[in-house]
Design a protein around this ligand. Structure first.
Ligand code: THU
Length: 133
């Protein structure tokens, strides 16, 4: 069941992987997110000549989700053409945790065909939080 959804998200991310803008690192990354409402949102990494302005694929996808009025990612797939699956960077972990600290994270490399599945709780056990009413 969850395996089928993960496969669908990997396909959705692979679809947009050619849109990744990564002329500096050459590492192309795409993300696809399934929400509790059953919607899917996509995003790619977008680099910049001012390297620090680079945006990761996962955050692009999360911002796309919020822009469209969805708030709870259930599965976040991260697909890359790098030789190994890419785990979300620290900033992306914190941004995903804002919306679901227990999201499933599926990482896939189109090069090695390796798939790694984990949970954000494992990757970021204590996200920074501010209490909300
Ligand atoms: N990158 C992502 O898109 N997501 C991550 O979680 C890690 C890194 C991108 C940023 C940059 O364009 C390239 O990978 C190399 O760091």
């Amino acid at each position: 069941m969850q395996q089928d959804k993960i496969q669908e998200l990997i396909r959705k991310a692979e679809e947009i992987l050619p849109n990744s803008y990564a002329p500096y690192s050459g590492i192309h990354v795409a993300s696809a997110i399934l929400t509790d409402k059953g919607n899917i949102y996509q995003g790619v990494n977008i680099e910049n000549a001012s390297l620090g302005l680079t945006m990761c694929a996962e955050r692009t996808a999360i911002f796309n989700m919020v822009t469209h009025g969805d708030r709870k990612p259930i599965i976040v797939a991260i697909v890359t053409d790098y030789e190994e699956p890419i785990p979300p960077c620290g900033a992306c972990r914190q941004v995903i945790a804002e919306f679901n600290p227990e999201a499933t994270i599926a990482m896939y490399s189109t090069k090695s065909k390796k798939l790694v599945i984990t949970n954000l709780k494992q990757l970021l056990p204590t996200p920074f939080k501010i209490k909300q009413e």
